[in-house]
Design a protein around this ligand. Sequence first.
Ligand code: AMP
Ligand code: GLY
Length: 431
Amino acid sequence: MRILVLGGGGREHAIVKALARSPRRPELFCAPGNPGIALEAACLPETDPTDVPAVVRAAADHAIDLVVVGPEAPLVAGVVDALEAAGIPAFGPTRDAARLEGSKTFAKQAMDEVGIPTGSFAVLRDRDEALREIASASFPVVLKADGLAAGKGVLICPTEAEAREAVEVFFTERRFGETEVVLEEFLEGEELSLLALCDGEVAIPLAPAQDYKRIGDGDTGPNTGGMGSYSPVPTVGDADLAELSATVHQPIVDLMARRGHPFHGVLYAGLMMTASGPKVLEYNTRFGDPETQAVLPRLRSDLVDLLSAACRPGGLAALREADPAGRAVEFSPEWAVTVVLASAGYPASSSKGDLIEGLRDAADSAEVVHAGTAERDGEIYTAGGRVLNLTGLGPDAAAARQRAYDAAEAIRFDGKQMRSDIAERAVRRSE
Ligand code: AMP
Ligand code: GLY
């Protein structure tokens, strides 16, 4: 079987590693890939995953049997639709189904329609409407750009003055393009990332994970793409997981099927565990980054089987029925902790071209995943904001965390940034 993974970050490296563990021994390709991925898959550095015709050509040229889409941009650009039209199975939602991530107003209206718990909201279409709504809001409020903004389109406004400033950012500066804006109630609690594999009919949850969005220890400083993660999450047991998934995933899968846009791929619910119960902050329509780096190393089931099954209507339900234990996905009880190393200046900017040392030593204690690296004359250099992810595995949170940090300490490059408190709370809770 020949599988092409689209993307070139840490998430895609973790997906490639998990596919490489399959007993089916698939032949792996990755576009564009990165120097870490190149150790396990044939990289196609010239193929841009958002260039839909180029992806279809590459898949046809390499006689690919399954394409696995990592990032959101190719989904929203319709890469799955084009691959399917060319007769090539692809893991991921079609453009219409990917609107759950591509448009916040679409997602909020979908949640509203099927009664999924989420913050109260209003859709703002212009500056006057926005100022009127803000005048009667209670603070803090959250303002969100409708479209994709790489995690930067969410502004939390503690006061009316800040909300008015945010309105200018959206409607006068148009920093996020000509877009609708969602005004949302501010929710407090712990965040939880709950991903499910979907086959157009059923949603089967993966192990829960916790993500660390802020750059600084103690959740301080600006938001990033994610500075670390861990799995499992001790406060979410198997029964809670099934109930949560039945509340936040299945009704969306049912709705999309009724609308004639069946959802295939990963449905990722970003939840806030509030005092009045879990509420959905957002949906993503792909694997989380860096949650995937902590979740997939714990997966015992064959990822190739799961992703292939998700492309067929009812394919996952059939896998589940064929399993004597009645489940399609099985996870190891061990812990995984992922620490992200970022380059100098991240998240405002990122430094490139700094020599990375210690990769071999790091691999002694953890899985080394490349997120933003480049190779030159056999040496590895930084090439992006998030550079490397180190995933430690162990029988408990403390052991996994120790391995991740041993590896993170072994890596050296100028301006290296990391948080020192990833999974600290999980260790304290399990003591
Ligand atoms: P989103 O892209 O909607 O997930 O927002 C990015 C991040 O902003 C979330 O992971 C939260 O940390 C924060 N956030 C979004 N919506 C809210 C909200 N209603 N209340 C509090 N924080 C929020
Ligand atoms: N970890 C957040 C995301 O993947 O969107």
